[in-house]
Ligand binder design. Structure first.
Ligand code: THU
Length: 142
């Protein structure tokens, strides 16, 4: 379980990423802060594209930064988002991002922190957001 100080730090870090999101098409800014088991925090923002489909979500940006640096074990991610960067509602991860989480995280343990600010957040386990997910274990031979 992530402690309160750590949660606050993740929320602040995710909020700080909103400024970097590249969203000329939707105007919907998303920021993420991914906590690795080694204590490192990887940041991410959404990055859109004129051809639309190459766009990348904030969560996957954070995961891919971590994995490309050799880090593959994670305990939590905080996600914030809103139109023009105004945080009025929780921003739950899209299905593709949930599947990327499933690749690297234990669905029973990994925590997804949805926040609109330091005082308003909700913590869910990956298994709640992706019940009966298909993951690396399903491809294990024997
Ligand atoms: N978006 C994310 O970055 N994360 C999510 O989980 C939901 C959607 C982005 C993608 C796109 O740039 C914008 O939000 C609107 O869909």
């Amino acid at each position: 379980m992530t402690d309160k100080a750590q949660i606050q730090r993740l929320i602040e870090t995710a909020e700080a990423q909103l400024a970097y999101s590249y969203v000329p098409y939707s105007g919907f800014r998303v920021g993420a802060a991914l906590l690795a088991k080694n204590g490192s925090v990887y940041t991410g923002c959404n990055i859109e594209n004129a051809a639309y489909t190459p766009s990348n979500c904030a969560e996957r940006t954070a995961f891919f930064k971590a994995v490309s640096g050799g880090v593959k074990e994670f305990s939590a991610i905080c996600i914030v988002g809103g139109q023009d960067g105004v945080l009025t509602e929780y921003t739950p991860p899209c299905g593709v991002c949930r599947q990327v989480m499933m690749e690297f995280c234990d669905p029973e343990e990994f925590e997804i922190i949805l926040a609109t600010g330091a005082e308003d957040y909700r913590i869910l386990k990956l298994k709640e957001l992706l019940p009966m997910g298909f993951g690396p274990g399903n491809l294990r031979k024997e």
